[in-house]
Design a binder for this molecule. Structure first.
Ligand SMILES: [Zn+2]
Ligand SMILES: [Zn+2]
Length: 409
């Protein structure tokens, strides 16, 4: 009993972590024996250095924003080391896709032949939203087995969180935090149906966008309090249609509610919402729009489409269309009416393959019956529905046939 108490005492979550950076949402809970994280030397852009006993382990951790994420980031880093003047060869020996509770991580190992000898090397590429932590460490080949075990232990202590910003004072906090440390305001909307969703996936629901806009080219005004608050339970109802896995994978960190949503540069037509990937993973939605429920799902699908490589060209999808068909990017979002053109669920579907898929997905999430009826005499649409379900299931295996049945009204 005493031993258990001590063990629990050691693992108290209130123990200060070995490393914590709230501005970047990075935490290292505990350090393996013998590992130290000295602050980086002057002029270094690193987060921290990594030093092991007798300097046999050396390493460094960096934070980087933008694409690619996870494995793509590991690839570009690997290419960089191969080009380095000190590198004779770099041989990848192992790759593991890790499953952290939040975010996406891959761990790679190499034999690194340098001009001054051979070393074992290990890298962790941990992404959350559009940001990645790159942790690299190496040790001479003769001490690698020991070093490797220590470094694996180290990588298992890493957490990446979304970074929240207080709507009232602009203070930063780790995603999921209940109240702002500076001004004591709650980070959660009043509606407790949306609170659990917000906390669990570290998705900040922003009711007052003034501090957050513009985000990229998108601007909008503060919505009326009653519109924003009425939106929350409806959002809670819609997100319940998804398995947890969906939000773990899409990995966005913020939903910004606004009104009079607009684009910084002039656009052909009206906008309803945006799913953004840069400068951060965020969804912006106009809560005064009639189409807002379908729009939630439409925007969610854009995240599915963009991961993992920020690319929405899809030749396989385009090939489902009738011969000679071309998407028309000049079509704009207000054309959400049923399409009179065969093969498309709405007018806006004809804007691009990304919009085509997002529109069909929104229709499936809102009204499967409509999708069934519309595709009954429309072979192209029927093929697209089947393909879309495949894409969704590949992205999130829990969204299978059973899932679609369970949310069919
Ligand atoms: Zn605050
Ligand atoms: Zn769209």
């Amino acid at each position: 009993m005493i031993a258990l108490t001590i063990a629990l005492g050691i693992l108290q979550p209130s123990d200060p972590p070995a490393f914590e950076n709230e501005e970047l949402g990075i935490v290292l809970r505990r350090l393996p024996a013998g590992i130290k994280l000295p602050p980086p030397g002057e002029g270094s852009k690193a987060l921290f250095d990594i030093v092991g006993e007798e300097k046999k382990i050396q390493g460094v951790a960096h934070h980087i924003a933008g694409w690619p994420r996870g494995r793509g980031r590991a690839d570009s880093w690997e290419a960089l080391v191969k080009k380095d003047a000190n590198t004779k060869s770099l041989l990848r020996t192992r790759e593991e896709v890790l499953t952290p509770p939040l975010g996406e991580a891959v761990r790679r190992e190499w034999v690194w032949e340098k001009k001054d000898g051979r070393a074992g090397m290990l890298g962790l590429f941990f992404s959350r939203g559009d940001r990645t932590l790159i942790l690299i460490a190496f040790a001479p080949e003769e001490s690698w087995e020991q070093a490797r075990a220590t470094l694996i232990e180290l990588t298992e202590q890493v957490e990446m969180h979304h970074v929240w910003m207080c709507q009232a004072c602009g203070g930063k906090a780790m995603g999921g935090t209940a109240t702002c440390r500076a001004c004591k305001r709650s980070f959660f909307p009043r509606d407790d149906r949306i609170r659990e969703f917000s906390r669990k996936f570290e998705i900040q629901i922003v009711l007052d966008p003034s501090r957050f806009m513009p985000v990229g080219d998108v601007a909008g005004d503060e919505p009326a309090r009653r519109d924003a608050e009425a939106f929350c339970p409806m959002l809670a109802r819609e997100v319940k249609k998804y398995p947890d896995e969906f939000f773990r994978r899409t990995d966005f960190g913020r939903i910004i509610l606004c009104q009079n949503i607009r684009f910084g540069r002039p656009m052909a037509g009206k906008v309803l919402a945006f799913a953004m990937y840069h400068p951060e993973f965020v969804m912006v939605i106009d809560v005064t729009e009639k189409q807002k429920f379908a729009t939630i799902h439409h925007e969610f699908f854009h995240f599915v489409d963009f991961l993992p490589d920020y690319e929405t060209k899809d030749a396989q999808w385009t090939a489902l269309n009738a011969k000679g068909f071309r998407y028309d990017p000049a079509l704009w979002a207000e054309a959400l009416l049923d399409s009179k053109v065969k093969g498309f669920i709405s007018e806006y579907s004809r804007a691009s393959e990304a919009e085509d898929k997002a529109e069909l997905f929104a229709c499936l999430m809102m009204d499967q019956k409509r999708a069934r009826v519309r595709s009954r005499d429309d072979e192209i649409l029927a093929r697209k529905l089947a393909r879309l379900k495949e894409i969704v299931r590949d992205f999130c295996p829990k969204m299978d046939g059973e899932h679609w049945k369970s949310i069919d009204r």
